[in-house]
Design a protein around this ligand. Structure first.
Ligand SMILES: Cc1ncc(COP(=O)(O)O)c(C=O)c1O
Length: 372
């Protein structure tokens, strides 16, 4: 059998391998999804769409007009940015948003700067598009340094990826950095692909989008998965300047036709309905963040205090990840997110407090078994 060179360059995510190695009753701190139900009003909107037959047919390729209006209204409310609904394409999660953005903008001979450690899709999707990922090291506090990005921009750079709040780090870029990313995109005429899927899970600092300062060269990928605990609904969006959206739509149209209709109605209800669930989830994550990071402190594990998302990324001694897995606590080795993650692990605290405390107790026992 023969396969494309591009696909031979990628492999199944290292995160999956960890899950497969773990026993079924292990405490799983490896998952990247909120442990809350989808808000009832979102579910009911999908039920209604199914029962009335509204969800039976394709929607427009871009998504329903009313969903795209709701996404545009979100940008006006949260970013103070005036987005036209025609500058929005509804996608199958932020995952597809990242995919169409890469396919539309980069190809053989191009380089894409990706944060290292960074979300696994950036490196893989760059390769699938036939381009070359170039890792950019993070600062000690695990934020992406605009100066490091600017230094790495070269003749072949077509795009750079920013992700704040970040996975796997939980780091939130200061507003001045978001503004710098916008300037770099403009001055060097390269695409800034801003993954804002964790935009509403921020405890300290604030989420700012490079789109606030630059409209031509910034594309935003976002979605409902994390904000509304809707990972299974597969509903996201990509937003950008009209010419960029038109190119991304070409890829989306042939790969996906349209995002799932029932999910579009659910997402619209989530975006336009009461937002108190979002704040409640965020408060819960913040409480857990403190439990985790305070405990790491007590254990002597060095861990920048994450300001958002639901991950922490402490430095750990060699053998510690395996020692945790031996004690039925699933964590992800930092190198699964790039060589910059070596010597760290990612812990997701999208798990209830009792399990989290039990997992931390087991980690402390595991730590005693490895040399430091
Ligand atoms: C940084 C980041 N971007 C994008 C995604 C994909 O999200 P979605 O479920 O919307 O496809 C994830 C999911 O873990 C993520 O962590």
């Amino acid at each position: 059998m023969e396969f494309s060179e591009r696909v031979e360059r990628i492999s199944i995510s290292g995160i999956r391998e960890v899950f497969e190695a773990a026993s079924a009753d292990a405490i799983n701190l490896g998952l990247g999804q909120p442990d809350f139900p989808t808000p009832d009003h979102a579910r009911q909107a999908a039920v209604e769409a199914i029962e009335t037959g509204k969800a039976d047919a394709y929607t427009g390729n871009r998504g329903t007009e009313s969903l795209r209006e709701a996404v545009a209204a979100k940008f006006a409310r949260d970013q103070g940015v005036d987005v036209d609904p025609d500058e929005v394409v509804a996608t199958a999660g932020a995952s597809e948003a990242l995919h169409v953005a890469m396919e539309a903008h980069v190809g053989p001979g191009d380089e894409v700067l990706v944060p290292d450690p960074g979300f696994v899709s950036y490196d893989a999707l760059t390769k699938v598009a036939g381009a070359e990922p170039v890792p950019v090291e993070l600062r000690d506090d695990l934020t992406l340094d605009p100066a490091a990005v600017e230094d790495a921009v070269g003749e072949d750079t077509a795009a750079f990826v920013v992700n704040s709040p970040g996975n796997p780090t939980g780091a939130v870029s200061p507003p001045a950095d978001a503004r710098e990313f916008a300037r770099i995109a403009r001055e060097h005429d390269v695409l800034c692909l801003s993954d804002e899927v964790y935009e509403h899970t921020v405890f300290d600092g604030e989420h700012r989008s490079p789109l606030e300062w630059e409209r031509e060269n910034v594309v935003v990928a976002g979605g409902c998965s994390k904000t509304y605990s809707m990972t299974g609904w597969r509903l996201g969006w990509v937003v950008g300047a009209p010419a960029r959206v038109e190119r991304m739509l070409r890829v989306h149209q042939y790969a996906q036709a349209c995002a799932t209709a029932a999910s579009q109605y659910a997402a619209e209800a989530a975006l336009t309905g009461p937002q108190d669930v979002v704040a409640e989830m965020c408060d819960t994550f913040e409480r857990r963040r403190d439990i985790v990071v305070d405990r790491f402190d007590e254990m002597g594990l060095d861990c920048p205090r994450p300001q958002g998302a639901f991950y922490a990324m402490p430095e750990v001694p060699e053998g510690f990840v395996d020692a945790c897995i031996d004690r039925d606590v699933v964590v992800v080795p930092g190198e699964a997110f790039g060589s910059g993650g070596e010597g760290r692990m990612r812990v997701s605290y999208a798990t209830d407090e009792a399990d989290l405390r039990e997992a931390l107790d087991r980690m402390e026992t595991a730590l005693a078994t490895v040399s430091r």
